[in-house]
Write a protein that binds this ligand. Structure first.
Ligand code: WTA
Length: 638
């Protein structure tokens, strides 16, 4: 029986047990899964060398736990419902047995193409069933999946393929996002011009857009699947064998490939899905995240399927054909749990409640939020208008690095509080650090959020660079995992996340690094240097503002500003396009040459009088110039 926490008392009891004897706690949680061979040690290692391991000695396959294990009792239960972008196109559904068969065929197909245990497969697909099938098929044959969000550019795709040394790429000919065509295969082709590791490309026929086929390299998914064996034995994996690499942005320019391994990730995502959402048998769960992000990995694919849940995936966008689309989908499939991001909630709110008029939404039982802080106004709108005042909201804090939800209410079990993520999950030990690196013991406090102890879902490394992993997460506060977030803790011990305190930014819940954006901008031949800062934005949370320095000869500043925006969108992806670009003759710097972003941030917020300590400022004339420029060309806040 899966370990389900059903009352407040039980939460407190189990939380305490998880601190007193973590190994006993996690062994009990793990006993619900299917193991080919049991573990010899529940946990070992530590933060100093970041050599923590979970369930050592165990052997298992996560796809067996997501599929085979359920066939006897739930073979005919719906596992996956796919709603296409176009509401007039026919949807697709898969029972657990059908999904199992597709995954087996896909696993056989990959093996046929020479992919085996330890090989990396890059998946660059829209939100279609083949995405879920590919992920599970990789897991089945022991291949490491590296999913790249379909909205990333060919350059971002190329960087990720090269870093992960992917041998095979799964993509689609193209697709529609709303009424906009996306030429995915064309972008994949451009990326592959720079990559030598990919020997085969499998193309899912989704749009019938004309595409180039490279003989000997490209072939169609359907043709192979039709002749693939429906029998595909699951590879026996060690608990710590890699399951996937997922790239995410950090403080430095290059996105890092976080590496997750098999057993701990499985136990953690399975446990958190069941308990945070309090999932009940036969409920329909809809997580609106793309599988290209960690939320999609953990709560579209693994967490729900480990619990034999029915998962809905949607290919389209919230506004197509109208802003009512999501609510129509919820009524059509009788969705019980909706898990989405504050940006989406704020967009709906901004477009007006009349889009909700036709919707019943009566099947909804639990609402979730993830990816960025949710402001109180959006929280109340979500609670009243979508939840009709009777669905608990779980505001779930976690990261690509944590693998699964770490701080959150448990729906209907522990209290929810607007704009607060609540209490830690069992096994999670949050610590608030002050500026001097001392853990603050007062309940009511504010500081940097760290976690004091390993948990099973924790990322194990940065692919190919363990030293960077140690440096990034375990060196600032020795003995602790540093999250990069600031937080507050109130008198009841509820946590509130105040946002990133490093150079990571969140735009519409998408994680980007300022250094990564600046690298892209600096590729422009007329840009000498640049600085990226963000402005609070009512819908997207933050919006990107870039300052670029160009040589004096460049006179057409408007042209340059527009080119810089396009360059970023092309290099990283449309999600990274700056909202505004300002061409300036210099940037405020310290005497030692460091760009003072703090001053730029104040200037765009119109706080010219309040620039803070500027005694180290080398070039006050630049501050005057920028302030004047901003008077004539105001910063856009819409
Ligand atoms: C932010 C997304 C406030 C936070 C799962 C974190 C949140 C970063 C919340 C990780 C939340 C995530 N409230 N902030 N409920 N959830 N964040 O890796 O800054 O894309 O560090 O993982 O998102 O982003 P990532």
């Amino acid at each position: 029986m899966a370990l389900r926490i059903t009352s407040l008392q039980e939460y407190h009891r189990l939380y305490e047990q998880s601190l007193r004897d973590p190994d006993a706690f996690w062994a009990e949680v793990a006993s619900d899964f299917h193991w080919q061979q049991p573990w010899t040690k529940v946990s070992e290692g530590g933060f100093a060398r970041a050599d923590f391991r979970w369930f050592s000695g165990a052997r298992l396959n996560i796809s067996e736990n997501c599929l085979d294990r359920h066939l006897k009792s739930f073979g005919s239960r719906t596992a996956l419902i796919w709603e296409p972008n176009d509401p007039n196109e026919i949807n697709r559904t898969f029972t657990y047995r059908q999904l199992y068969e597709e995954v087996c065929r896909c696993g056989s197909m990959l093996r046929q193409m020479g992919i085996g245990k330890g090989d990396t497969v890059c998946i660059y697909l829209p939100m279609i069933p083949e995405l879920v099938i590919s992920v599970l098929a990789c897991a089945r044959i022991g291949a490491v999946h590296s999913v790249v969000f379909g909205g990333f550019s060919s350059q971002s795709l190329a960087d990720r393929i090269r870093d992960s040394q992917s041998k095979l790429l799964i993509t689609a000919d193209g697709y529609f996002r709303g009424n906009k065509p996306v030429y995915l295969k064309q972008m994949a082709d451009e990326a592959l011009e720079q990559c030598t590791s990919v020997k085969h490309v499998l193309v899912v026929n989704r749009s019938n857009f004309p595409i180039a086929i490279h003989a000997g390299r490209d072939s169609y998914w359907d043709q192979h699947m039709a002749k693939s064996s429906p029998v595909c034995e699951a590879e026996s994996m060690d608990a710590e064998d890699p399951l996937f690499i997922l790239y995410t942005s950090g403080s430095t320019g290059k996105p890092k490939g976080l590496l997750h391994t098999t057993a701990g990730y499985m136990v953690y995502t399975g446990f958190t899905f069941l308990n945070v959402f309090q999932y009940r048998e036969n409920e329909v769960f809809w997580c609106t995240a793309d599988v290209g992000w960690i939320t999609g990995h953990s709560y579209v694919v693994y967490g729900p399927l480990l619990n034999a849940a029915t998962v809905l995936i949607f290919e389209g966008v919230p506004q197509y054909p109208t802003w009512s689309r999501w609510w129509e989908i919820i009524d059509k499939y009788q969705v019980n749990i909706l898990y989405t991001a504050p940006t989406a909630i704020r967009s709906f709110e901004a477009h007006g409640d009349h889009h909700l008029q036709q919707a019943s939404l009566r099947t909804l039982r639990v609402l979730g939020s993830v990816g960025e802080p949710i402001n109180e106004e959006a929280w109340h709108w979500y609670y009243e208008k979508i939840g009709k005042g009777n669905c608990p909201i779980v505001d779930t804090w976690w990261q690509t690095e944590t693998g699964g939800i770490a701080l959150s209410a448990l729906a209907g079990v522990t209290p929810h509080k607007p704009a607060h993520v609540g209490w830690p999950l069992p096994g999670i030990v949050p610590v608030v650090m002050d500026e001097n690196g001392n853990a603050v013991t007062d309940t009511q406090t504010e500081g940097s959020l760290c976690l004091a102890r390993s948990w099973p879902g924790q990322a194990r490394s940065i692919y190919g660079d363990h030293e960077r992993f140690i440096q990034t997460y375990f060196s600032r506060f020795p003995g602790f995992y540093f999250t990069g977030d600031g937080c507050r803790r109130d008198a009841q011990g509820y946590y509130r996340i105040t946002g990133r305190i490093d150079d990571v930014i969140k735009v519409s819940g998408h994680r980007l690094g300022t250094a990564e954006l600046e690298n892209a901008i600096n590729q422009h031949p007329d840009v000498v240097e640049s600085a990226v800062v963000t402005l609070p934005h009512p819908i997207t949370g933050e919006s990107i503002v870039a300052f670029v320095v160009s040589p004096d000869e460049v006179t057409d500043r408007n042209k340059l500003e527009k080119e810089v925006m396009d360059l970023v969108a092309r290099t990283i992806g449309p999600i990274a396009r700056p909202r505004q670009v300002f061409a300036v003759s210099g940037l405020p710097k310290t005497r030692s040459g460091k760009i003072m972003r703090r001053i730029l941030r104040r200037l765009i917020q119109g706080e010219r009088q309040d620039l803070g300590d500027s005694s180290t400022l080398l070039n006050p004339e630049i501050v005057d110039e920028i302030a004047k420029l901003l008077e004539h060309q105001p910063v856009r806040t819409d």
